[in-house]
Design a protein around this ligand. Structure first.
Ligand code: NOJ
Length: 735
């Protein structure tokens, strides 16, 4: 545990507060940009006056020390700065994107990944990361689905707690770790139309049953900070929402850390038609419970005046400052404000870290199809063609949300395959390039060098070269999907099709009559209906990180056995969004004989269901038992099932438990995930998996009752390998 007691922290906070001026207190509530794209006074000048508590968008160890020296030697109360940055899935060693890590269904994967990320980031001088991103997302059009754990609150909560442990270590302030930030609180993943930043309308039951569990799990895991979301939540912007930031977060959940706004979000309260002006925005955000203003400049401009004219009390400001100072104390910044600039290169991207990234990537990939056991491929293949615009792209392999200023250094899929098969002729052709139709605003802020746009003639030539290259090979690996900037912030899409001419290229290569393996690099579910019918082997590799190419090759050639499962439903088309498994049934339920499809122009069923993924082993799940057919409200029972590996090699199965409450004061989803475990089995081995169902799993927040309830009702339970599991039992809860 932390070496500093709560009482000592509190005493030190009070003694700091006693010597700080009002302006300095407001300074602690102010996060300023260290990036040159932000207009305004130089950070040095602001810091010297005690006008900043934290700096973001800076990733420069030397400059950290320069700014810190000004803070601790020249500012009036000499309070050190917290340096913050988005370290989302790795600092220098890049791990699979969070959606991919959730596909491992193994909380150890993100926990270990984030602890490596923390170690590297801390060595660089960072104290605080803006992660984990905990937004449940059920609409694949929303670009930020890549940053979260997918559609489900149970999986999301497990991944949330794991990431907090990874980032923060055993306690807040542990060496070689950083402060985590649970974001974006709350509901951001439910943007209207999947359009990033658009408003969100969610009933309280949906918020509490679906959106909040991951955030509450982060609080229970001891997360130090929260970030309020950008959007309007039921017409009250998240950054000015006292119910969210105060009543729920602090009063109900007991959160003791601090809340930072998303970038510019305090100023945005005006755009949202909520605050009259900056003064009103600052006042209402502070009263709502928002401690730190990220980069909008609204707090430093208005808070002191609001206290001076009596609108706010000094104690309102001090209450907001306390948890910020407490975290600085816990992080040891007063004792050790500086970093050893020489240490960074010894710590980052070590072979051990790269190995961790490779294992994480292997465990995160999902085998979607393997007709006739085409995979794993023989290493004795003579002529192999690797085709596709992403096959040799370091950016696409490392994926979206790179650390500021990071230079991609991934092993690409092409390189991974080549180094796996030194004796094989591996030819390569990218085919036509792919690009966003409308560039991201990030390109204006952080311009990168881009090749000029391919002309239609060049694209056609690239297409023909790709076909000719494929024609020469015995087998073709197509690497298709999305570029890194096609998912993430401000990267929503109206379609989920393979962008550009990729589908056409895929179909043309298949027409050659060769065996084709499809490797997908993407940050969201894609509508790959044609491929799902015509390509015998499909591997969802997501955006697998620095070691992605090696991990793909490990799986394709049988050195690793895939065991990941989808954390999100794959719809057949974008227009089916939102599509998720935990729906309520209604008129003409899906299993009734009249049921056809909700759409007359195609099936409503998912292309691939939540929880789905194949292995090179074949598993059977049998012998489902419920420890008691009847329990009383408040009691618990166990559910067990036997899992056997009937295949010829060691493999992993993710055993999943779903329940359905048959009746209640509210209608209940047809299925809800309530437990899962990824297990490894030798050939022929059987293990018994045990799940626990108690009040926490059997309660829900009821609209009718206006509170949490556990009801005396009958329940179905299924255990299986995905959300369509059929192995069924039942039990009853009585009073
Ligand atoms: C905006 C994003 O929404 C948020 O996730 C991120 O942490 C901040 N910018 C800071 O970069």
């Amino acid at each position: 545990m932390s070496t500093i007691s709560e009482a000592e922290v509190a005493a030190r906070v009070e003694s700091l507060l006693r010597k700080m001026s009002l302006e300095e207190k407001v300074g602690q509530l102010t996060q300023i940009a260290g990036a040159s794209f932000m207009p305004g006074p130089a950070p040095e000048d602001i810091i010297r006056k005690g006008g900043a508590g934290s700096v973001l968008w800076l990733n420069d160890s030397k400059q950290f020390n320069v700014l810190q020296k000004i803070a601790v030697e020249e500012s009036p109360s000499k309070i050190p700065l917290l340096f913050a940055l988005d370290v989302i899935h790795g600092y220098r060693t890049i791990f699979p994107v969070p959606l991919a890590m959730a596909s491992s269904w193994d909380p150890e994967v993100p926990e270990r990944a984030q602890s490596v990320a923390a170690k590297e980031a801390r060595a660089a001088g960072l104290h605080w990361t803006f992660g984990p991103m905990l937004d449940i997302a059920r609409d694949a059009r929303w670009g930020r689905i890549v940053e979260g754990a997918g559609e489900d609150p149970c999986l999301g909560a497990a991944m949330a707690a794991a990431q907090v442990r990874g980032f923060q270590g055993p306690y807040l302030g542990a060496p070689e770790h950083v402060v985590a930030c649970a974001k974006h609180f709350a509901g951001y993943g439910f943007a209207d139309g999947g359009r990033d930043y658009d408003p969100v309308y969610l009933p309280e039951a949906q918020l509490r049953n679906v959106v909040f569990p991951a955030f509450q799990a982060a609080v229970k895991a001891g997360v130090g900070t929260f970030m309020s979301a950008y959007m309007d939540l039921n017409n009250v912007p998240a950054s000015g929402n006292r119910w969210l930031l105060h009543d729920v977060l602090r009063n109900e959940w007991g959160f003791k850390g601090f809340v930072v706004s998303d970038a510019m979000a305090v100023g945005n309260l005006i755009i949202e038609g909520f605050a009259r002006d900056g003064r009103d925005a600052a006042c209402r955000a502070l009263i709502a419970g928002l401690n730190m203003d990220m980069a909008s400049g609204t707090y430093p401009q208005h808070l002191a005046g609001l206290v001076e004219d009596g609108t706010l009390k000094l104690s309102d400001i001090e209450n907001a400052v306390r948890p910020i100072l407490a975290i600085k104390i816990r992080m040891g910044l007063f004792e050790q404000p500086y970093i050893d600039e020489a240490k960074l290169e010894q710590v980052v991207a070590t072979p051990e870290h790269r190995q961790e990234a490779r294992l994480a990537a292997q465990r995160s990939m999902v085998l979607l199809r393997n007709e006739g056991g085409l995979l794993p491929l023989a290493k004795s293949l003579k002529k192999l063609a690797v085709i596709g615009p992403l096959a040799d792209s370091m950016e696409a392999t490392e994926g979206s949300w790179m650390v500021f200023g990071h230079t991609p250094a991934a092993v690409t899929i092409l390189e991974g395959i080549r180094s796996k098969l030194p004796g094989t002729n591996v030819s390569y052709a990218p085919g036509p390039e792919i690009r966003r139709d409308i560039p991201s605003f990030f390109e204006d802020i952080m311009p990168t060098e881009k090749k000029p746009l391919e002309t239609p003639e060049e694209a056609e030539a690239a297409f023909q070269t790709a076909i000719a290259t494929a024609r020469q090979a015995d087998l073709v690996v197509m690497v298709l999907g999305e570029t890194a900037d096609m998912a993430g912030e401000a990267a929503s899409r109206a379609s989920l099709d393979l962008p550009g001419r990729q589908e056409e290229l895929l179909e043309a290569v298949v027409a050659l009559g060769k065996p084709v393996v499809l490797v997908l690099l993407n940050g969201r579910p894609l509508s790959i209906g044609w491929a799902a019918e015509h390509i015998p082997a499909i591997l969802e590799a997501w955006e697998p990180g620095s070691e992605g190419g090696n991990a793909v090759a490990d799986i394709l050639f049988g050195d690793a056995n895939p065991g990941g499962k989808l954390p999100v439903t794959f719809p057949r088309k974008a227009s089916h969004a939102p599509l998720y498994y935990a729906r309520d049934l209604s008129h003409l339920p899906e299993d009734s004989f009249q049921y056809r499809s909700r759409y007359w122009d195609g099936p409503t069923t998912p292309l691939y269901p939540f929880g789905f993924g194949l292995s090179y082993s074949t598993f059977s799940i049998t012998n489902l038992k419920v420890s008691s057919p009847q329990i009383e409200v408040g009691d618990s029972l166990n559910v067990t099932a036997d899992v056997t590996n009937g295949g010829a090699q060691v493999g992993d199965e993710v055993v999943q438990l779903y329940i359905h409450q048959r009746a209640g004061s509210d209608s209940r989803p047809k299925r809800e995930l309530k437990g899962f475990e990824r297990i490894t089995l030798n050939p022929g081995e059987t293990k018994t998996v045990t799940f626990h169902l108690g009040p926490a799993e059997l309660s829900y927040w009821s609209t009718a009752a206006g509170k949490w309830v556990q009801e005396a009702e009958a329940f179905d339970v299924w255990v299986g390998a995905d959300s369509q599991a059929t192995l069924h039992a039942e039990f009853t809860v009585v009073r």
